[in-house]
Design a protein around this ligand. Sequence first.
Ligand SMILES: Nc1ncnc2c1ncn2[C@@H]1O[C@H](COP(=O)(O)OP(=O)(O)O)[C@@H](O)[C@H]1O
Ligand SMILES: [Mg+2]
Length: 445
Amino acid sequence: MDELLNGGIPRGNIILVAGTPGAGKTTMAAKFIYEGLRRGEPGVYLSFLESKADFLKFMKLLGMDFEPYLRNGTFRFIEGLQSTTFEAARENLIEFLDTVARIGAKRVVIDSITAITQMTTLRGARELVKNALVLGLRPYEVTGLIVAELPIGYEIVGYGLEEFIFDGVIILKSEFSNGILRRTLQVRKMRGTVIPEIELHYDIVAGDGIRVYAPVRIEDSGKSKEVRTVTPLEPVDRVFRGLRRGSQVLLIVDKYVPSLAVGVLAGLAFVYSSGGKLLIRSFSKSPDIVRHVIDLISNAFPTSKRASAEIIIECLNPTQEPLYRLAHRARDNELKLRPDYLVIDPVSHLLKLSGSLHEFYRDHINNILMRRKLGITTFYSYADAEVRDLELPVELYDVTVRIRRKWGKAKRCYDVEAYGILKPVPPGPLTFCIDPEWRLFVEEE
Ligand SMILES: Nc1ncnc2c1ncn2[C@@H]1O[C@H](COP(=O)(O)OP(=O)(O)O)[C@@H](O)[C@H]1O
Ligand SMILES: [Mg+2]
Protein backbone atom coordinates (compact mmCIF):
# COMPACT_ATOMS: atom_id res chain seq x y z
CA MET A 1 0.00 0.00 0.00
CA ASP A 2 2.81 2.41 0.93
CA GLU A 3 4.59 1.51 -2.28
CA LEU A 4 1.46 2.17 -4.33
CA LEU A 5 0.98 5.53 -2.60
CA ASN A 6 4.55 6.48 -3.45
CA GLY A 7 5.74 6.29 0.16
CA GLY A 8 2.51 6.14 2.15
CA ILE A 9 -0.16 8.50 3.43
CA PRO A 10 1.32 12.01 3.51
CA ARG A 11 1.84 13.28 7.06
CA GLY A 12 -0.94 15.48 8.37
CA ASN A 13 -3.59 14.02 6.09
CA ILE A 14 -6.97 13.21 7.58
CA ILE A 15 -8.35 10.24 5.67
CA LEU A 16 -11.84 8.83 5.49
CA VAL A 17 -11.86 5.02 5.58
CA ALA A 18 -15.33 3.94 4.56
CA GLY A 19 -16.30 0.32 4.24
CA THR A 20 -19.00 -2.31 4.36
CA PRO A 21 -19.53 -4.32 7.59
CA GLY A 22 -16.66 -6.74 8.18
CA ALA A 23 -14.56 -5.23 5.43
CA GLY A 24 -11.63 -4.65 7.77
CA LYS A 25 -11.88 -0.95 8.64
CA THR A 26 -11.01 -1.55 12.28
CA THR A 27 -8.19 -3.88 11.28
CA MET A 28 -6.73 -1.33 8.88
CA ALA A 29 -7.07 1.50 11.41
CA ALA A 30 -5.45 -0.59 14.15
CA LYS A 31 -2.61 -1.59 11.83
CA PHE A 32 -2.03 2.06 10.97
CA ILE A 33 -1.69 2.97 14.67
CA TYR A 34 0.36 -0.15 15.41
CA GLU A 35 2.94 0.48 12.67
CA GLY A 36 3.27 4.04 14.02
CA LEU A 37 3.89 2.77 17.56
CA ARG A 38 6.57 0.41 16.27
CA ARG A 39 8.28 3.44 14.72
CA GLY A 40 8.07 5.45 17.96
CA GLU A 41 5.06 7.56 16.92
CA PRO A 42 2.47 7.90 19.72
CA GLY A 43 -1.10 7.04 18.75
CA VAL A 44 -4.64 7.54 20.04
CA TYR A 45 -7.60 5.30 19.15
CA LEU A 46 -11.11 6.52 19.90
CA SER A 47 -13.68 3.75 19.51
CA PHE A 48 -17.43 4.02 19.76
CA LEU A 49 -17.86 0.39 18.79
CA GLU A 50 -15.59 -1.78 20.87
CA SER A 51 -14.48 -1.98 24.47
CA LYS A 52 -10.77 -1.65 25.14
CA ALA A 53 -10.60 -5.28 26.28
CA ASP A 54 -12.24 -6.55 23.08
CA PHE A 55 -10.05 -4.38 20.89
CA LEU A 56 -6.87 -5.61 22.57
CA LYS A 57 -8.02 -9.22 22.38
CA PHE A 58 -9.07 -9.17 18.69
CA MET A 59 -5.99 -7.29 17.54
CA LYS A 60 -3.72 -9.68 19.43
CA LEU A 61 -5.30 -12.53 17.44
CA LEU A 62 -4.39 -10.68 14.27
CA GLY A 63 -0.79 -10.26 15.42
CA MET A 64 -0.89 -6.77 16.94
CA ASP A 65 0.04 -6.58 20.63
CA PHE A 66 -0.76 -3.09 21.93
CA GLU A 67 -0.05 -3.83 25.62
CA PRO A 68 3.62 -2.74 25.65
CA TYR A 69 2.62 0.60 24.15
CA LEU A 70 -0.16 1.08 26.68
CA ARG A 71 2.43 0.46 29.40
CA ASN A 72 5.00 2.90 28.04
CA GLY A 73 2.33 5.53 27.49
CA THR A 74 2.67 5.96 23.75
CA PHE A 75 -0.74 4.37 23.04
CA ARG A 76 -4.10 5.47 24.42
CA PHE A 77 -7.44 3.80 23.74
CA ILE A 78 -10.49 5.93 24.49
CA GLU A 79 -13.69 4.01 25.02
CA GLY A 80 -16.81 5.71 23.69
CA LEU A 81 -18.86 2.54 23.64
CA GLN A 82 -21.15 3.69 26.48
CA SER A 83 -21.97 7.04 24.86
CA THR A 84 -25.54 6.95 23.67
CA THR A 85 -26.15 10.69 23.38
CA PHE A 86 -24.53 13.31 21.22
CA GLU A 87 -23.43 15.16 24.37
CA ALA A 88 -21.67 12.09 25.73
CA ALA A 89 -19.96 11.52 22.38
CA ARG A 90 -18.75 15.13 22.42
CA GLU A 91 -17.20 14.53 25.81
CA ASN A 92 -15.32 11.60 24.29
CA LEU A 93 -14.11 13.81 21.46
CA ILE A 94 -12.87 16.44 23.90
CA GLU A 95 -11.02 13.78 25.88
CA PHE A 96 -9.64 12.45 22.60
CA LEU A 97 -8.26 15.84 21.49
CA ASP A 98 -6.82 16.46 25.00
CA THR A 99 -5.05 13.10 24.87
CA VAL A 100 -3.71 13.80 21.39
CA ALA A 101 -2.15 17.02 22.69
CA ARG A 102 -0.93 15.50 25.96
CA ILE A 103 0.97 12.52 24.53
CA GLY A 104 2.06 14.32 21.35
CA ALA A 105 0.25 11.83 19.13
CA LYS A 106 1.37 11.48 15.54
CA ARG A 107 -1.37 9.08 14.44
CA VAL A 108 -5.01 9.00 15.42
CA VAL A 109 -8.13 6.97 14.65
CA ILE A 110 -11.82 7.54 15.25
CA ASP A 111 -13.84 4.33 14.83
CA SER A 112 -16.41 5.16 13.66
CA ILE A 113 -18.03 8.52 12.99
CA THR A 114 -21.20 6.76 11.87
CA ALA A 115 -21.84 5.94 15.52
CA ILE A 116 -21.91 9.66 16.40
CA THR A 117 -23.43 11.11 13.27
CA GLN A 118 -26.43 8.83 13.69
CA MET A 119 -27.17 10.58 16.99
CA THR A 120 -27.73 13.93 15.31
CA THR A 121 -29.20 15.60 12.23
CA LEU A 122 -27.54 15.56 8.84
CA ARG A 123 -26.54 19.17 9.36
CA GLY A 124 -25.19 18.42 12.81
CA ALA A 125 -23.23 15.53 11.36
CA ARG A 126 -21.69 17.68 8.64
CA GLU A 127 -20.64 20.32 11.14
CA LEU A 128 -19.18 17.72 13.44
CA VAL A 129 -17.17 16.07 10.68
CA LYS A 130 -15.89 19.34 9.29
CA ASN A 131 -15.24 21.35 12.46
CA ALA A 132 -14.44 18.85 15.14
CA LEU A 133 -12.65 16.21 13.09
CA VAL A 134 -10.96 17.55 10.01
CA LEU A 135 -10.39 21.21 10.95
CA GLY A 136 -10.27 20.36 14.67
CA LEU A 137 -7.36 17.97 14.16
CA ARG A 138 -5.32 20.28 11.88
CA PRO A 139 -3.52 22.20 14.67
CA TYR A 140 -2.17 18.94 16.11
CA GLU A 141 -0.40 17.97 12.89
CA VAL A 142 -1.46 14.38 13.21
CA THR A 143 -2.20 11.87 10.48
CA GLY A 144 -5.64 10.40 11.03
CA LEU A 145 -7.94 7.69 9.81
CA ILE A 146 -11.61 8.44 10.33
CA VAL A 147 -13.72 5.31 9.93
CA ALA A 148 -17.26 5.32 8.52
CA GLU A 149 -19.75 2.59 7.77
CA LEU A 150 -20.71 2.07 4.17
CA PRO A 151 -24.06 0.32 3.78
CA ILE A 152 -23.79 -2.67 1.44
CA GLY A 153 -24.50 -1.60 -2.12
CA TYR A 154 -23.83 2.10 -1.45
CA GLU A 155 -21.01 4.09 -2.98
CA ILE A 156 -20.89 7.07 -0.61
CA VAL A 157 -21.20 7.50 3.13
CA GLY A 158 -23.89 10.12 2.89
CA TYR A 159 -22.88 13.38 4.58
CA GLY A 160 -22.40 14.91 1.17
CA LEU A 161 -19.06 16.39 2.14
CA GLU A 162 -16.67 13.49 2.54
CA GLU A 163 -15.36 13.79 -1.00
CA PHE A 164 -13.86 17.22 -0.47
CA ILE A 165 -13.50 17.84 3.26
CA PHE A 166 -11.13 14.90 3.79
CA ASP A 167 -7.57 14.83 2.46
CA GLY A 168 -8.08 11.31 1.27
CA VAL A 169 -10.78 8.71 0.82
CA ILE A 170 -10.21 4.95 0.99
CA ILE A 171 -13.10 2.59 0.30
CA LEU A 172 -12.99 -0.99 1.60
CA LYS A 173 -15.54 -3.45 0.32
CA SER A 174 -16.15 -7.02 1.20
CA GLU A 175 -19.00 -8.31 -0.90
CA PHE A 176 -20.19 -11.54 -2.40
CA SER A 177 -20.23 -11.83 -6.14
CA ASN A 178 -20.89 -15.09 -8.00
CA GLY A 179 -21.05 -16.74 -4.60
CA ILE A 180 -17.50 -15.75 -3.61
CA LEU A 181 -16.46 -13.21 -1.01
CA ARG A 182 -14.20 -10.64 -2.61
CA ARG A 183 -12.33 -7.92 -0.75
CA THR A 184 -11.51 -4.82 -2.75
CA LEU A 185 -9.90 -1.53 -1.85
CA GLN A 186 -10.09 1.72 -3.77
CA VAL A 187 -8.12 4.86 -3.02
CA ARG A 188 -10.43 7.57 -4.34
CA LYS A 189 -8.32 10.51 -3.30
CA MET A 190 -5.05 11.24 -1.49
CA ARG A 191 -3.79 14.80 -1.26
CA GLY A 192 -0.10 15.19 -1.85
CA THR A 193 0.66 11.92 -3.56
CA VAL A 194 -0.25 9.68 -6.47
CA ILE A 195 -3.00 7.12 -6.06
CA PRO A 196 -3.07 3.59 -7.44
CA GLU A 197 -5.16 3.62 -10.58
CA ILE A 198 -6.54 0.18 -10.05
CA GLU A 199 -8.83 -1.45 -7.55
CA LEU A 200 -6.72 -3.53 -5.18
CA HIS A 201 -7.49 -6.78 -3.48
CA TYR A 202 -6.63 -7.42 0.13
CA ASP A 203 -6.99 -9.99 2.86
CA ILE A 204 -7.31 -10.06 6.60
CA VAL A 205 -4.64 -12.41 7.82
CA ALA A 206 -3.87 -13.69 11.31
CA GLY A 207 -0.43 -12.47 12.33
CA ASP A 208 -0.39 -9.77 9.68
CA GLY A 209 -3.60 -7.77 10.10
CA ILE A 210 -4.48 -6.39 6.71
CA ARG A 211 -2.48 -7.36 3.64
CA VAL A 212 -2.92 -5.41 0.41
CA TYR A 213 -1.83 -7.10 -2.80
CA ALA A 214 0.23 -5.05 -5.20
CA PRO A 215 0.82 -5.84 -8.87
CA VAL A 216 4.23 -7.28 -9.78
CA ARG A 217 6.77 -4.95 -11.38
CA ILE A 218 8.31 -6.05 -14.64
CA GLU A 219 12.06 -6.34 -14.20
CA ASP A 220 14.94 -8.08 -15.86
CA SER A 221 15.21 -11.40 -14.13
CA GLY A 222 18.91 -11.72 -14.91
CA LYS A 223 18.25 -15.42 -14.90
CA SER A 224 16.73 -16.05 -18.28
CA LYS A 225 20.08 -16.19 -20.09
CA GLU A 226 21.02 -19.52 -18.69
CA VAL A 227 20.13 -22.16 -21.22
CA ARG A 228 19.05 -25.63 -20.27
CA THR A 229 20.34 -28.25 -22.60
CA VAL A 230 19.57 -31.93 -22.59
CA THR A 231 16.94 -33.81 -20.68
CA PRO A 232 17.59 -37.52 -20.20
CA LEU A 233 14.61 -38.41 -22.36
CA GLU A 234 15.51 -37.96 -25.98
CA PRO A 235 11.94 -37.40 -27.27
CA VAL A 236 11.21 -34.75 -24.62
CA ASP A 237 14.57 -33.20 -25.33
CA ARG A 238 13.64 -32.76 -28.99
CA VAL A 239 10.71 -30.62 -27.89
CA PHE A 240 12.43 -28.56 -25.19
CA ARG A 241 16.10 -28.35 -26.20
CA GLY A 242 17.42 -24.85 -25.63
CA LEU A 243 14.58 -23.78 -23.34
CA ARG A 244 15.64 -20.82 -21.25
CA ARG A 245 15.41 -20.83 -17.51
CA GLY A 246 12.27 -19.04 -16.33
CA SER A 247 10.36 -19.87 -19.51
CA GLN A 248 6.59 -20.03 -19.16
CA VAL A 249 5.39 -23.00 -21.15
CA LEU A 250 1.81 -23.66 -22.18
CA LEU A 251 0.86 -27.30 -22.72
CA ILE A 252 -2.41 -27.65 -24.63
CA VAL A 253 -3.78 -31.15 -24.61
CA ASP A 254 -6.91 -32.55 -26.22
CA LYS A 255 -9.44 -34.41 -24.12
CA TYR A 256 -7.90 -37.83 -24.82
CA VAL A 257 -4.56 -36.82 -23.31
CA PRO A 258 -4.12 -36.80 -19.52
CA SER A 259 -2.93 -33.26 -18.80
CA LEU A 260 -1.41 -34.09 -15.43
CA ALA A 261 0.77 -36.81 -16.99
CA VAL A 262 2.02 -34.40 -19.67
CA GLY A 263 2.87 -31.72 -17.10
CA VAL A 264 4.59 -34.24 -14.82
CA LEU A 265 6.58 -35.64 -17.74
CA ALA A 266 7.90 -32.20 -18.66
CA GLY A 267 8.70 -31.29 -15.04
CA LEU A 268 10.45 -34.60 -14.34
CA ALA A 269 12.50 -34.37 -17.54
CA PHE A 270 14.05 -31.13 -16.30
CA VAL A 271 14.43 -31.90 -12.62
CA TYR A 272 15.93 -35.33 -13.40
CA SER A 273 18.44 -33.78 -15.79
CA SER A 274 19.69 -30.88 -13.71
CA GLY A 275 18.60 -31.65 -10.15
CA GLY A 276 16.87 -29.02 -8.04
CA LYS A 277 13.33 -28.59 -6.88
CA LEU A 278 10.10 -29.39 -8.72
CA LEU A 279 6.75 -28.19 -7.40
CA ILE A 280 3.66 -29.91 -8.81
CA ARG A 281 0.41 -28.08 -8.12
CA SER A 282 -2.87 -29.78 -8.91
CA PHE A 283 -6.27 -28.14 -8.91
CA SER A 284 -8.23 -31.34 -9.18
CA LYS A 285 -6.31 -34.40 -8.03
CA SER A 286 -5.41 -35.67 -4.58
CA PRO A 287 -1.76 -36.07 -3.51
CA ASP A 288 -1.84 -39.88 -3.79
CA ILE A 289 -2.95 -39.69 -7.44
CA VAL A 290 -0.23 -37.15 -8.22
CA ARG A 291 2.33 -39.37 -6.49
CA HIS A 292 1.12 -42.37 -8.47
CA VAL A 293 1.53 -40.47 -11.77
CA ILE A 294 5.02 -39.35 -10.73
CA ASP A 295 5.97 -42.96 -9.94
CA LEU A 296 4.64 -44.27 -13.26
CA ILE A 297 6.40 -41.65 -15.34
CA SER A 298 9.62 -41.84 -13.33
CA ASN A 299 10.01 -45.38 -14.67
CA ALA A 300 10.84 -43.87 -18.05
CA PHE A 301 13.96 -42.20 -16.60
CA PRO A 302 17.30 -43.79 -15.74
CA THR A 303 17.47 -44.49 -11.97
CA SER A 304 20.85 -42.75 -11.70
CA LYS A 305 19.20 -39.46 -12.66
CA ARG A 306 16.47 -39.45 -10.04
CA ALA A 307 18.45 -39.09 -6.80
CA SER A 308 19.18 -35.36 -6.72
CA ALA A 309 15.62 -34.23 -7.41
CA GLU A 310 13.33 -32.83 -4.75
CA ILE A 311 9.64 -33.09 -5.66
CA ILE A 312 6.91 -31.24 -3.75
CA ILE A 313 3.20 -31.87 -4.32
CA GLU A 314 0.61 -29.20 -3.59
CA CYS A 315 -3.09 -29.95 -4.09
CA LEU A 316 -5.46 -27.01 -3.90
CA ASN A 317 -9.20 -26.74 -4.25
CA PRO A 318 -9.73 -23.66 -6.40
CA THR A 319 -13.44 -23.36 -5.56
CA GLN A 320 -13.06 -22.35 -1.92
CA GLU A 321 -11.63 -18.86 -2.24
CA PRO A 322 -11.55 -15.97 -4.70
CA LEU A 323 -9.10 -16.37 -7.54
CA TYR A 324 -6.99 -13.37 -6.52
CA ARG A 325 -6.41 -14.95 -3.13
CA LEU A 326 -5.53 -18.33 -4.62
CA ALA A 327 -3.11 -16.59 -6.99
CA HIS A 328 -1.45 -14.74 -4.13
CA ARG A 329 -1.24 -17.82 -1.97
CA ALA A 330 0.44 -19.61 -4.87
CA ARG A 331 2.90 -16.72 -5.17
CA ASP A 332 3.66 -16.73 -1.45
CA ASN A 333 4.34 -20.47 -1.58
CA GLU A 334 6.62 -20.13 -4.57
CA LEU A 335 8.53 -17.28 -2.93
CA LYS A 336 9.01 -19.47 0.13
CA LEU A 337 9.85 -22.76 -1.64
CA ARG A 338 11.75 -21.25 -4.59
CA PRO A 339 11.24 -24.22 -6.93
CA ASP A 340 13.35 -24.44 -10.09
CA TYR A 341 10.45 -26.02 -11.97
CA LEU A 342 6.75 -25.76 -11.52
CA VAL A 343 3.88 -27.74 -13.02
CA ILE A 344 0.33 -26.38 -12.75
CA ASP A 345 -2.52 -28.70 -13.72
CA PRO A 346 -4.89 -27.65 -15.16
CA VAL A 347 -4.93 -23.89 -15.61
CA SER A 348 -8.11 -24.24 -17.67
CA HIS A 349 -9.99 -24.81 -14.37
CA LEU A 350 -8.97 -21.35 -13.20
CA LEU A 351 -10.01 -19.82 -16.48
CA LYS A 352 -13.43 -21.40 -16.12
CA LEU A 353 -13.81 -20.52 -12.45
CA SER A 354 -12.84 -16.88 -12.77
CA GLY A 355 -15.78 -14.51 -12.65
CA SER A 356 -14.44 -12.81 -15.75
CA LEU A 357 -11.67 -13.28 -18.24
CA HIS A 358 -10.32 -9.93 -17.07
CA GLU A 359 -9.93 -11.22 -13.55
CA PHE A 360 -8.16 -14.36 -14.73
CA TYR A 361 -5.79 -12.31 -16.89
CA ARG A 362 -4.92 -9.92 -14.12
CA ASP A 363 -3.89 -12.53 -11.56
CA HIS A 364 -2.39 -14.89 -14.08
CA ILE A 365 -0.24 -12.20 -15.71
CA ASN A 366 1.06 -11.19 -12.30
CA ASN A 367 2.02 -14.74 -11.44
CA ILE A 368 3.70 -15.26 -14.81
CA LEU A 369 5.70 -12.06 -14.34
CA MET A 370 6.84 -13.16 -10.91
CA ARG A 371 7.87 -16.61 -12.11
CA ARG A 372 9.91 -15.12 -14.94
CA LYS A 373 11.59 -12.81 -12.45
CA LEU A 374 12.40 -15.67 -10.08
CA GLY A 375 13.53 -17.89 -12.95
CA ILE A 376 10.93 -20.59 -12.22
CA THR A 377 10.46 -22.60 -15.41
CA THR A 378 6.74 -23.31 -15.41
CA PHE A 379 4.51 -25.73 -17.31
CA TYR A 380 0.82 -24.87 -17.47
CA SER A 381 -1.53 -27.50 -18.78
CA TYR A 382 -4.76 -26.62 -20.52
CA ALA A 383 -7.40 -29.05 -21.63
CA ASP A 384 -8.41 -27.59 -24.95
CA ALA A 385 -11.94 -29.03 -24.75
CA GLU A 386 -12.49 -26.78 -21.74
CA VAL A 387 -11.16 -23.62 -23.28
CA ARG A 388 -12.32 -23.98 -26.86
CA ASP A 389 -15.09 -21.43 -26.51
CA LEU A 390 -12.92 -19.06 -24.48
CA GLU A 391 -10.16 -16.87 -25.65
CA LEU A 392 -6.98 -18.84 -24.98
CA PRO A 393 -4.25 -16.45 -23.85
CA VAL A 394 -1.48 -18.12 -25.83
CA GLU A 395 0.51 -14.89 -26.14
CA LEU A 396 1.10 -14.78 -22.37
CA TYR A 397 3.49 -17.69 -22.59
CA ASP A 398 6.97 -18.06 -24.05
CA VAL A 399 6.50 -21.47 -25.57
CA THR A 400 3.38 -23.37 -26.59
CA VAL A 401 3.24 -27.15 -26.97
CA ARG A 402 0.17 -28.79 -28.51
CA ILE A 403 -0.44 -32.47 -27.88
CA ARG A 404 -3.19 -34.42 -29.64
CA ARG A 405 -4.06 -38.08 -29.46
CA LYS A 406 -3.30 -39.80 -32.75
CA TRP A 407 -5.84 -42.46 -33.66
CA GLY A 408 -5.67 -45.47 -35.91
CA LYS A 409 -2.56 -47.01 -34.32
CA ALA A 410 -2.16 -50.07 -32.14
CA LYS A 411 0.17 -48.14 -29.80
CA ARG A 412 -0.77 -45.03 -27.90
CA CYS A 413 0.60 -42.21 -30.03
CA TYR A 414 0.40 -38.44 -29.87
CA ASP A 415 1.10 -35.61 -32.29
CA VAL A 416 3.30 -32.98 -30.66
CA GLU A 417 4.04 -29.48 -31.90
CA ALA A 418 6.13 -26.83 -30.12
CA TYR A 419 6.49 -23.19 -31.06
CA GLY A 420 7.11 -19.82 -29.44
CA ILE A 421 9.28 -16.78 -29.03
CA LEU A 422 11.78 -18.50 -26.73
CA LYS A 423 11.94 -21.70 -28.70
CA PRO A 424 15.16 -21.43 -30.64
CA VAL A 425 15.05 -24.86 -32.24
CA PRO A 426 11.66 -25.62 -33.76
CA PRO A 427 11.44 -29.41 -33.74
CA GLY A 428 8.69 -29.58 -36.31
CA PRO A 429 5.68 -31.81 -35.70
CA LEU A 430 6.62 -35.06 -33.94
CA THR A 431 4.75 -38.24 -33.17
CA PHE A 432 5.37 -39.60 -29.66
CA CYS A 433 4.43 -43.15 -28.78
CA ILE A 434 4.29 -44.93 -25.45
CA ASP A 435 4.94 -48.63 -25.11
CA PRO A 436 3.37 -50.81 -22.39
CA GLU A 437 6.35 -50.14 -20.05
CA TRP A 438 5.71 -46.40 -20.24
CA ARG A 439 8.75 -45.93 -22.42
CA LEU A 440 8.43 -42.98 -24.67
CA PHE A 441 9.84 -42.93 -28.20
CA VAL A 442 9.54 -40.78 -31.28
CA GLU A 443 8.01 -42.49 -34.27
CA GLU A 444 9.93 -41.44 -37.34
CA GLU A 445 7.82 -40.83 -40.41
N1 LIG B 1 -7.65 -14.02 12.51
C1 LIG B 1 -8.36 -13.69 11.44
N2 LIG B 1 -8.07 -14.24 10.24
C2 LIG B 1 -8.79 -13.92 9.17
N3 LIG B 1 -9.82 -13.07 9.17
C3 LIG B 1 -10.14 -12.49 10.32
C4 LIG B 1 -9.45 -12.77 11.52
N4 LIG B 1 -10.00 -12.05 12.49
C5 LIG B 1 -11.00 -11.34 11.93
N5 LIG B 1 -11.10 -11.63 10.64
C6 LIG B 1 -12.08 -11.07 9.70
O1 LIG B 1 -11.98 -9.68 9.73
C7 LIG B 1 -13.24 -9.09 9.52
C8 LIG B 1 -13.52 -8.01 10.57
O2 LIG B 1 -12.64 -7.01 10.37
P1 LIG B 1 -12.94 -5.59 11.00
O3 LIG B 1 -11.69 -4.84 10.86
O4 LIG B 1 -13.50 -5.72 12.38
O5 LIG B 1 -14.08 -5.07 10.01
P2 LIG B 1 -14.94 -3.73 10.08
O6 LIG B 1 -14.34 -2.86 11.12
O7 LIG B 1 -14.84 -3.17 8.71
O8 LIG B 1 -16.34 -4.17 10.37
C9 LIG B 1 -14.24 -10.19 9.66
O9 LIG B 1 -14.81 -10.41 8.39
C10 LIG B 1 -13.46 -11.36 10.14
O10 LIG B 1 -13.93 -12.53 9.57
MG1 LIG C 1 -15.10 -2.11 12.91
